[in-house]
Design a binder for this molecule. Structure first.
Ligand code: CUA
Length: 138
């Protein structure tokens, strides 16, 4: 993991190669006191549009659960307080790599009702497989 991080960081710094979804930077040691990530959660921005701010850390996503109406379009903004995580909603084809120091974003429209687990799809340590949250659409 450390090697991977050094490689990614080196590419970013020396070759200017960055994943396209990584637009904003953030100090990973100050996530808990940096708005809007000091208050992770859902914000409604229109009749059926939302922004959802998530913090990943070993081994949980915050917020643990959000509830939205069917047909909602959500832009997820996700960052990490520690290591690389993978923000994934497998049933809805949402996927973003989450690296400390960066804010990743991905937008998705939820067209069916259900309880969709958010999992972590980048190995991040011993509790990796227990790192999940829920998007409840109803
Ligand atoms: Cu977080 Cu795997």
């Amino acid at each position: 993991m450390a090697c991977f991080f050094v490689i990614v960081l080196s590419l970013a710094v020396f070759a200017d190669i960055n994943p396209p979804s990584h637009g904003e930077t953030i100090d990973p040691t100050k996530v808990a006191t940096t708005a809007p990530f000091d208050h992770p959660g859902l914000r409604q921005t229109g009749p059926k549009t939302y922004e959802a701010y998530y913090v990943g850390q070993v081994f949980l996503w915050t917020p643990a659960s959000i509830t939205i109406p069917v047909g909602s379009t959500v832009t997820f903004y996700v960052t990490s307080e520690d290591v690389v995580h993978g923000f994934s909603i497998p049933q809805e084809d949402v996927n973003a790599e989450i690296m400390p120091g960066w804010v990743s974003s991905v937008t998705h429209t939820f067209t069916r009702a259900g309880d969709f687990p958010i999992v972590c799809n980048q190995y991040c340590g011993i509790g990796h497989s227990t790192m999940f949250a829920h998007v409840i659409v109803k």
